[in-house]
Design a protein. Sequence first.
Length: 272
Amino acid sequence: MKIKKGHVAVITGAGGGLGRSLAKQLASRGCHLALIDINLQALEETKKQVQRPGIDVLLFTTDIGNREQMEQMATAVITKFGTINLLINNAGITIQKSMATHSLTDWERMININLWGTIYGCHFFLNALKQSKDAHIVNLSSMAAYTGLPNQGSYCATKAGVRGLSETLWSELKDDGVGVTSVHPGCIKTEMIQATLKESDNIAVAKRNYKMAQKMGVTPEFAANEIIEAIEKNKVRLRIGKDAIIMDIIKRLLPTAILKPMVKIARQSRAA
């Protein structure tokens, strides 16, 4: 899909990081925006940075894991614009805890936001996307969809689900003029990485991972550029960052051998 002036884009997790960078990119191309985040203050800051003459920017403080709120938001967006051209299911969270310490409440929160949030977005906007005949869906998965990572079971499970959903949608919507891209970033220097310091079995290990992410990770601006290019090239899958590319290649070549170093990481987490 070629992004054009006047297109309507919906972005979840638009209060900062990658979502804000995507909003800025699309606003610069003349797209109208529906921005979703749980944090109103963060949304308003994004709006300040993207607002310009000739484009409309709507803000929604929506819990994407809440079915009723997502339906109400989608109805409001479609009522306002009549159609949408681009849906970016970007919002997500992560928790670094082992299965033994990961509460079911945390599991439900992860699934609601990371997986149900994506499902709700696709479900409630699907007809509008199909009717536009010039549309694209971007679902944020992760390199964690490739293989299991110690202390990130819920994150890996939800992101693998997003990957499967995206590939299914790609085949189902191929003849409807709706493209679908599953995005698999490695580390991106966003607030989500820092948030793991608060929800981790082992703060020392989480801090080490955070420092590594800051060293190896790409900027939100770089990731946004990659995603915009993938939309316009109608890519089915996009890997962002050297770490994501390396992880994918190793998993393909050595599908079980890659699990051995994961055991070492799990042991270090328990011992630290």
